[in-house]
Design a protein around this ligand. Sequence first.
Ligand SMILES: [Zn+2]
Length: 251
Amino acid sequence: MLVDTHCHLEKNSYDSLEQVIQNMPGIMITAGTNRETNQEVLDLIQQQKNVYGVLGIHPEFVKEYQEEDIRWIEEHIQDSKIVGIGEIGLDYHYDEETKEEQKKLFERQILLAEKYHKTVVVHSRDAILDTYEIMMRHPNVRYVLHCYGSSLEMAKRFLSLPVLFGIGGVVTFKNGTKLKEVVKELDLAYLLLETDSPYLSPEPYRGKVNEPKNVDIIASKIAEIKGISKEEVIEITGQNAVCQFDLDISL
Ligand SMILES: [Zn+2]
């Protein structure tokens, strides 16, 4: 089963979000990032059969979020079709000054996931060691390292946790050598497909608006790197997604 385990299905990103959802012959997990987009996630999963959601405050919004946003997430975390907490994590790329606040916000949301037995969808940019350290404090939580971009060596360290790696468009890029090595060396049992739509379009659409149906291109690329069939990639990564998120596909 084709599963796009990470996308942002936001109305403002597309001429017709309906059409984008119809174009995808599989399941999508859309991720919230702040108050507005979390509400959008909640509305969308009620309207669209094939769409599931995760709720969270992205590190980009560490300065803007309010207490009631966290309370709101806790109120809805057990809603049907909410399958995790995300997209949360650490991003030191643009803003190093908020490091300590980001760490606190990240860990606090992991604690919520722990309390309600939900999967955590992790964003980590230029912050992999701090990300690792915080995750290691909560070793029983299931994690997805969305758009994994660190080394193979680091990936192997993460394997002591119940973690899967989200593989996206970067694997199709010419300069995606490091990620290709990760995909080649890690067993398919640890990999998930994702697009991060509307961002990170795979080749040959790099730079254009991305959409979940392009997850098929990621599957092809992983198949090519591992020397197996695309069908096998879709089948196994689909099972991985169902397990890691407790996806109830009958909903
Ligand atoms: Zn994302």
